[in-house]
Design a protein around this ligand. Structure first.
Ligand code: AMP
Ligand code: ZN
Length: 115
């Protein structure tokens, strides 16, 4: 599996940096964002290092599908009942700060208040 030794999310995937994990399977890790914008704010992160949605191709369609399909299950598990927001910041102008593909999932009251 492709990893980048300098990538913070690859280090979380490898267990080299701690994170508040809420889900892990063969392809994905999910953990709470360290600087949440909403009462519930998790990041769905593929274990494989993909730098950005901008470089994802047809081969990544199953992975992207799994990331998106996991969001409602996680929100239910975390007690979010009134809806949530999904965001994939992509590239410099998209506000991407960590260059490892990730999906923000934000729930709880007023998830649109910041960000
Ligand atoms: P983005 O702007 O989409 O690249 O967002 C990256 C997100 O990763 C930000 O919301 C950060 O708060 C979050 N983040 C960065 N480092 C960590 C970490 N070690 N553990 C959890 N979340 C992190
Ligand atoms: Zn990475």
């Amino acid at each position: 599996m492709s990893t980048d030794p300098n990538c913070i999310f690859c280090k979380i995937v490898a267990g080299q940096i701690p994170a508040q994990k809420v889900h892990e399977d063969d392809a994905l890790v999910v953990f709470h964002d360290i600087n949440p914008w909403a009462p519930v704010h998790v990041l769905i992160v593929p274990k494989v290092h993909v730098a950005s949605l901008a470089v994802a191709g047809p081969g990544h369609e199953p992975l992207l599908g799994r990331m998106l399909a996991l969001a409602p299950r996680l929100m239910q598990q975390l007690g979010v009942t009134q809806g949530f927001r999904v965001v994939v910041n992509t590239g410099r102008d998209g506000g991407q700060e960590v260059d490892h593909l990730h999906m923000h999932v934000m729930g709880g009251p007023r998830p649109w208040a910041r960000g």
